[in-house]
Design a protein around this ligand. Structure first.
Ligand SMILES: Nc1ncnc2c1ncn2[C@@H]1O[C@H](COP(=O)(O)OP(=O)(O)OP(=O)(O)O)[C@@H](O)[C@H]1O
Length: 310
C-alpha cells in the first residue's frame, strides 16, 4: 500500500497497531495516526494502560509495529535504527545509574559512547548540575537525578527528544525548574515528544497533544482546543433577593447562595451577566470566569468511550 508521508514531519505515525505475542487477540495500540512537526512539543497523554509506552517503544526503534507505518526523522526507526538512534535523545525515568560514580563520571562515561557529544561541562551547565559534578549519584535528590537523566538525553545534540514522564515524583518547585529547562531546549529548535500524567505539565509545555484511551487516540489538538470540548464556567454568589436572569443556552446551577453557569460562549454569557448586575446595581461576590481546564476535558474523554476531538 502506498502511504503519503509529510516530509516536514519529524514523527509520522499512520494506522499504527501493536499486539503482544503473549496476549492473542488483544491490541494494545489500535490504529493510531498523528504527526509531530519540527520544533514543536507534542504530548502523549492517556489513561493507565492506554498504549502510550507501546507507541513510544515503536517510535524509539525498540519494537516493530504489528501493522501501520512509522517514520522518525524520515526513516523507519526499527530498520534504520543505526541512522536514527544517534539523532534522538531518550530520557527514561529510571536509567539505572551506577550509584558510586559521580555526576561528572557518569556523564563522561555516557558521552564516551556518542559520536559528537556536547562537552561534559556544557551538559552539566544546561541541566544546572555544575555544582554537583563531584557528588556521587547515590547522594543526588530525586530532582537532580531526573536532571542528570535529561542531561544524558541531550548529550548528543538530538534533533528529537523523547521525554517519558520527565517530572514524575518531583515536588512543584523542581517540576517548574524542569519545565524551564525543557522550554529552553525547545527554543533552541529541538523537537520533543513528551509523555506525562501531569495535565498541568502538558497544558504548560505542549504545542499540541494527543489523548490515548484503550489503544486509540480520542483527542488531538492544542491544549486550548482540547479543553474547549468542555463548557467554560462562570460562578458567583447570588446577592440576597436577586434572581438569576434568563441566559440562552446556559446551564444554570444554584446551590445555596452560589451560582454556577456552564456556557459554550464565555464572553457572550459573561457580558450578559455583567450587564444584568450593572442594571440591577448588584455586587457579585466571588465572581470567577474561566475556560474548562485540560484536566476536565481529559476526564470527560476518559469517562466516555468515544473520542470527542479528532
Ligand atoms: N510486554 C507486554 N506483553 C503483554 N502486554 C503488554 C506488554 N506491555 C504492555 N502490555 C499491555 O498493553 C497495554 C498498553 O500498555 P502501555 O504500557 O503501552 O500503556 P501506557 O499508556 O504506557 O500505560 P501507563 O500510563 O499505565 O504506563 C496494557 O494493557 C498493557 O498491560
Amino acid at each position: 500500500m502506498l502511504v503519503r508521508m509529510d516530509e516536514s514531519a519529524v514523527i509520522q505515525v499512520e494506522r499504527l497497531t501493536r499486539r503482544y505475542a503473549g496476549r492473542p487477540g488483544y491490541e494494545a495500540v489500535r490504529g493510531v495516526d498523528f504527526s509531530v512537526r519540527r520544533g514543536e512539543l507534542f504530548a502523549l497523554l492517556g489513561t493507565n494502560g492506554a498504549g502510550k509506552t507501546s507507541t513510544l517503544e515503536v517510535l524509539e526503534g525498540l519494537a516493530r509495529p504489528t501493522s501501520g507505518t512509522v517514520r522518525v526523522l524520515g526513516r523507519d526507526p526499527f530498520r534504520d535504527r543505526r541512522t536514527v538512534r544517534p539523532r534522538i535523545g531518550i530520557m527514561v525515568q529510571d536509567r539505572g545509574f551506577a550509584a558510586d560514580l559521580t555526576v561528572a563520571e557518569t556523564t563522561r562515561m555516557w558521552t564516551g559512547t556518542l559520536t559528537t557529544p556536547r562537552p561534559v561541562g556544557e551538559i552539566l551547565e544546561l541541566v544546572e548540575l555544575t555544582s554537583r559534578a563531584g557528588v556521587r549519584v547515590r547522594q543526588l535528590s530525586g530532582g537532580e537525578r531526573q536532571r542528570l537523566s535529561l542531561g544524558l538525553a541531550i548529550a548528543g545534540h538530538p534533533d528529537l527528544l523523547f521525554l517519558d514522564e520527565p517530572t514524575a515524583g518531583l515536588d512543584p518547585e523542581n517540576r517548574q525548574r524542569s519545565w524551564q529547562l525543557i522550554s529552553r531546549l525547545l527554543s533552541s529548535g529541538t523537537t520533543v515528544l513528551l509523555t506525562t500524567h501531569y495535565l498541568a505539565e502538558a497544558a504548560e509545555l505542549a504545542d499540541r497533544l494527543a489523548i490515548m484511551h484503550r489503544g486509540r487516540i480520542v483527542g488531538l489538538g492544542t491544549p486550548a482546543e482540547i479543553a474547549a470540548i468542555r463548557p467554560a464556567r462562570i460562578s458567583f454568589r447570588l446577592p440576597t433577593g436577586a434572581q438569576v436572569p434568563e441566559l440562552p443556552g446556559v446551564l444554570v446551577a444554584v446551590n445555596g447562595g452560589g451560582v454556577r453557569l456552564d456556557t459554550e460562549d464565555l464572553q457572550a454569557t459573561l457580558t450578559l451577566v455583567l450587564d444584568w448586575a450593572r442594571r440591577n446595581d448588584l455586587r457579585l461576590e466571588d465572581l470567577t470566569a474561566r475556560p474548562a481546564s485540560l484536566e476536565e476535558a481529559f476526564l470527560s474523554i476518559a469517562e466516555s468511550d468515544q473520542g470527542a476531538v479528532a
